[in-house]
Structures are given as C-alpha cells and as structure tokens.
Design a binder for this molecule. Sequence first.
Ligand code: SER
Length: 889
Amino acid sequence: MESAEVARRFLNFFHERGHTVVPSASLIAEDPTLLLVPAGMVPFKPYFLGQRTPPSPRMTSAQKCVRTPDIEEVGKTTRHATFFQMLGNFSIGDYFKEGAIPLAWELLTRSEADGGFGFPEEKLWATVYTDDDEAQDIWHKQVGVPLDRIQRRGLEDNYWHMGVPGPGGPCSEIYYDRGPEYGREGGPIADEDRYLEVWNLVFMQSQLSEVRSKVDFDVRGDLPSKNIDTGMGLERMAAILQGVDNIYETDTLWKILDRAAELTGTKYGRDHRSDVSLRVIADHVRSGMMMVADGIRPGNEGRGYVLRRILRRSIRNLRLLGGEEAGLMHELTSVAISTMGEQYDDLVRTAANIHTVIDAEEESFLSTLRTGTAIFDAAVEETRRSGRPLLGGEQAFKLHDTYGFPIDLTLEMAGEQGLRVDEDGFRRLMSEQRDRAKQDARDKKTGNLDVSVLDELLTRSGGKVDFIGYNDVLGEARLAGLLVNGANVQAAGEGTEVEVVLDRTPFYAEGGGQLADHGVIRLGNGAVVEIDDVQSPLAGLVVHRGRVRSGEAQVGDTAHAEIDVERRRAISRSHTATHMVHAGFRRALGESAAQAGSENSPGRFRFDFTASGAVPPSVLRDVEDEVNEVLVNDLDVRAFHTSIDQARAMGALALFGEKYGDEVRVVEVGDYSRELCGGTHVARSGQLGLIKVLGESSIGAGVRRVEALVGIDAFRFLARESVLVAQLAEQMKTRKEELPERISGVVARLREAEKDLEKLRSQQVLAIAGALADGAADVNGVAYVGHRAPDGTGADDLRKLAVDVRGRLTARPAVVMVAGVPKDRPVVVIAVTEGARERGLKAGGLVGLAAKTLGGGGGGKDDLAQGGGADAAAIGEALTAVERAVGAA
Ligand code: SER
C-alpha cells in the first residue's frame, strides 16, 4: 500500500465516521513555544485549551511534522527521521476513551478490501497507563483483547504532553508484533524492536503549567473538556504495510535514497557508513524541501538555522559518498518533490521556487567549504606549530560561526589530520552565543514567553481579541489584562512600562510584514497609556506595549483606544503598494518570483522574493512604470473572506505560512493583484499617489530585496534628486540632458591624462638606461649594473628598466639589478644575459640572495626574476651581496 494511500484510508475512515478532515497546517508553528510543528496535535492545541472553538468536535488530519532533537541519530538508526507525517483523529469534548479505542481497533483490523489496514487481531498488543482501569476495561471487555496482551506502563511511556506547558494526559498505545525473528516474546515492555508502536491514543484531560521533564511536571487543572488526540506515524505504518524493514525502504524515502545511491555510485547495504549517509540524505532532502515549501529560508537563527543545518548535512553526506559536484541537490529535490507531490500538490506548483532556494544554499555551502577548508588548514598548521594536541574551541567556533563549517565536519577533518578538537570549548562558546541570542530575542519582539500567562490573558479577553481596525481607527473596549515585566498585575502607575490587553482593539499587531500601529489608550478613570508597539505572541491575542503617561491603569476599566491615523495611513499605502509591486514582478519574471518576506513601514516598503540572480535594471524600471500607470487608474481595493479553495481558484497568491483554516481573507486591487492577506490597505489605489523603486540587492542565497518609497516620500525623493541634478548641471556648466555625455567626456579625458602621465614617468625611468649600461662595472669579466631607483618607481617600471639595460648589454656576460621601493616594501629585479647564464649566473638564484638580505623571498626564471622583502634599509646591503656573488662566479 503506497504511503499516499495509507493517509487517504485513514482520513476516509474517520471522515465516514463524522470527522471533519482538516488539512495539514504549515510546518511553521503558530505557537510561540515551538519553532516547527513536532506533532499532529499542535494545530488543535487552542481547541483543547478552550481558547478557540473547533470547526467541528470531531476532526482528523494528516499533519506534516519536523523534529530535530535527535538529528544526530538520523541514519545511524533506521527509526529516526527529521520529517514525518502524523495521522490523527481528534475529539474535542465529544467521544473519549470509549470511542477512541474501538475506532482505532476497527480501522487496524478491518480488512484492506473493506477500507481498513487488515492487521490480524492476534498480532496487536495494547498498553495503558499504570492506573487506567477504564482503558483496560474497554480494551478487554468492549474490544475483546485478552488481558495477557494488555500491559501497564508508567509516566515515561504512557503519559503524553508537549514538553512545554499545555495540554496533556495519559495514553494508550497499540503495538504490532513483527514476529519471533525480530526479538523476544513478552510484549512491548520486553522488546520494542519486535513489538512496534503503531498508534498512540492520548486522553487529553489536563492542563500542565510547568514541564521539567517527561516525567516531572505540574498539573494546573482540568481542561475545559475531555478530549482525544491520537497519532499514528504514517511512515512507520507504510513500512509495515509495504512489508519492508524500516521507513527508509518505504516508497517515498526509498526513491530519494536510491537516486542518491545512483548519483554517487554507492550501493545501499554494502557498508554501514555509506548506508548512514544515504539515509541522512534521503531524510534531510525531503525535510529541507518540505520546509522550503512552507516558506522557511536558510538562515542563521531559529527555523532558518534548522533548515540550513539540514540542507548542509545532506550536502556534506553527499560529499562523503564522493558526490562533490554542484547540482546533486537539485536532482534529489526533484525526486523528493515528485514523490511527495501526490499528497501535497503545492509542491509541484512551487517547484521552481523550491529549487531556487535549495540550489542557492548548495552553491553557497560549496563555496563555504572551499574557503573554510583554507581557514581550517591554517588552524591545523597553527595547532601543530604550537605543539598542542587539540584544535582550539575558538577556532572550531569561528569555523562554524563565520564560515558555516558544521562541527561534525571540523571533527572529521581534524581526525583525518590526526588531531582532536576541544569540543568542550566549542560547546561552551556555542551555548554562550545561544544565550545571547535568546536574551536578544527576549529583549526584542517575542517579549514574555511564559505561555501560561499569555493563555490566561487570552482567556480573560474572551478567547480571542476582536480586531476592529479594518474599519475603525478608534473604539471602546475593556482593559482585560495588564503585564509589568511579564507578570500579571491589577494596576500600573504613571511612568510604568506596560503590556496591555483589551477585549477588542483597533490596533494592528505587527504581522504579515506590516508594522504595528501606534496610538493611545485612554481609560475610564482618566489614565492615559501611550502605545508604541503591538504584537500577537499567541494566535488571537493582541498585546499593546507602551508606557502609562498619566494616572493609573487598572484592569477592568473601560478603555477608549485610538490609533495614530497618519502612521496607519502611511503604512497601509505601503502595504497596498507592496501587493502591486509583487504583482508587477510576477508579471515580469514569472511565477518563481514569490514573495519571501516584506516590511511595510510608513512611506517605505521592502519586498523580498526568490530569484536566481540580480533583477536587471530594465525590469525594475518596467515594473515601476507599470505599477505607477496602473495605480493612477484609481482601482478599487477590496477585502473579503472566502474559503481557501475558492481563493486559490480565483488565483489569489498565497504566501508561505498561511494557515489553511476554513476561511481566508483576500485583498484585491482591481484586477491587478489578488493576495491572501490579513493586513490593512488603502481604499483606492489612487491614494498611493506614486511609487519609486530605489533599487535591488541580494540579501542571501537566492533571495533578492527591492526597496521602494510610496506617496509623499516617493515624491520628496524624486524632488531631491531633481535638485541634485540641477546642481550638477550648473557645476558642469551644461544642460541637464547633456550631463551623462559631459561626465563621460570628462572621465575619458581624465583617463587619457593619467595614461600620459604614466608614459612620461616610464620614459623618465628608462631615460637613464643608456647611462646605466654605459657605466656598467666590470666584475671579474662580467658587466654588472646595480641601481637603486627613486622611491615610488612602480614595480613594472623597475622591471622595464632592468630589461632595457640588459638589452644594451646583450653582447657580453652581464647582470643588471634594479632595486626600488614602489610603496612601503623594497622590490628587486634582476636580469641577466645569456653570456652570464653560461657562467652560472642565474637571475632566480641571485634574486633569492637579494630578497633574503631584504627579509623576504622571491624567484623567477633564469633570465629574469623579481623578489621583495620587508626592510628597505637593507637595499644597499642587497646590492653588495649580489655584486659579490657575481664576482665569485
Ligand atoms: N500527541 C500524540 C503524539 O504525538 C498523539 O498524537 O504521539
């Protein structure tokens, strides 16, 4: 059974039993406690916590997940992988254990012909939590599993939580017995290789406030209802149903692995080391591809770093197998896209984009490897010279931090040189850096990350703060919560920095590239809070940050919220302009110019998009021209809600990280642009007035950034430029139109003059050639010229002079040495004639002698050689040394 079919069957089974099929959410978790979605239940968390109302009390999904804590184990074992998909059924206060257990049993044991997975009953085992008699009774009495195939286990195995504060509960797991050839009798507690866990049924009932470890946590209380969260690993299920040994041999991963083997001329199953590499490549290429598809871009922090690490590990492992050339990642990514495309049709649609990002990362890493290797070699040499047995932790850290050299690469290359690495030192520096980054993140946006505090605020503001700012710039609300230094307080006095939560607000929280509104909140008791930042740290929650300007802010008071309208208008202009410029680039460059980020600030916006190279200036001009032409037609800007499918059908551009919920908001500018967007916009395109593209640059592998101005800022920029041009024209004494021609004329003349000057200088140097040749000394029958040229004579001229003098002495054995100081360091050139060479006088050797005297080195051919040194004061000595050598020949 193909992997895609396993998912289809699972979803169908639950769909037929009243479950709403919820599409997989993006891998970018909409949860401040997580970087990436690590479990199928993550998108359902707000429903478990009672913060949001689910679309239906019964749901089912196949969710993409990435887990990286065990990344080092990937490939070394066949059980670990960074990317996997979790099939699950969810009940929010609907059925509980008595529903979940029989449903799971039915799907597993129903015949394949009947839409089930066809497992023989006697091959299935169940585990329940230590004291969960209820679950055991259901397994035994209701389902009919004999007691000797039901085992009890403790917190370690049969309690599930997210590892962070949130929902949790005891669970019951189902195991499949692969048979005696895989291990010992005795059920899952005896041998988890023989008995494979296939499904985890979690009875979500508690809310955890503190989680210190898997088995050490505090329960704050009950969840609003008793829920079900189940998780079945799609890959593992596919392995069992396809009769293969492990997930790497299932249809999807195998195709990537097999192609990697083919491309590197490796045979899978031949030796452990190559097998590990092949598995790493298969898993990581797929993981990386899926992450890129969800809009993550390689970077040095957060998700970007996880992605970079994954991609670089794949490239590194390809190289370990001998696959050194560029383009291998492209090929493997294509295979990954086609194998996963059946389940995720977006992949095929955005393939060009995915390739652009991955190809660029490959290119940049290959060049990193080239530079890094030179730095690494220098570090090894230094270590050897100093007689230390360890390559320093700082060096390993610098290689990692500055040159992107993964530590495993450093370890391995050092091993090849017979050196060890100070790993402790390296890890210490890494952790210091992480702490700095965390502190930085805390100081910046994310602010307070104590989720239980945020959860509580959300609950107090009614589960979701109503955003009224699409239509209103002011509104009446209630002050639902106040934080000072991240802690809940009841009141805050004048001058205090506060975070304010209202039950409804006209303030736009920074998001989707749009900057936050500023403004004031006036409270019923007369207190005033000035707001200069607004964030949404948790879906549905809006936190206003600012300072109490006067009076005392008190929870529960009425609030009159009012945003800075001018700022908002300017930001909205930028946002609409960004959509139009995005549309313009798509028209000019094609589908692959997908937005990779943006920032809409007052009067100014920037727009990042994927492209394989620089955008030609002519394209920039054309897009700018087109957008300006379109916007003056004063198109209607309209926002409306619709289903994601409908929006797609209308051709709306969906950006990465969109939540594929039931409804999306679409913003369209006439017929010119249509995008999914939660931001604020102008009412008509004419309000933009004007846009001016400032330029384009690279901000990382495969990503370009366009910066532009809009409205009065664009006008002022152009006005300033115009003044500048007028000033130039006046200075150049010409008309504006003739400036370019005039300036190139001046530049050309300047170049001519420089060349003439250069020629004159050479002539001057060479003018003395005749005199030098005439004055050659006779040293033991050899004509010898030793000359020190004036300081500042260029190395070229020194050489010319030496050659010229030699030309005048060709009939005799002659040695000509010219020394000088072109910049700070001395240079010598020696030219010898054939006659001199016959007497054993070679230019290379003589220069070596001179350069040594000057504290440097050099060399060259027998007839002409050049060298240099550090000590200009030793030139006289060098001349004498060479003369003496000539005399001794
Ligand atoms: N949350 C549970 C798990 O991830 C079941 O879905 O295993």
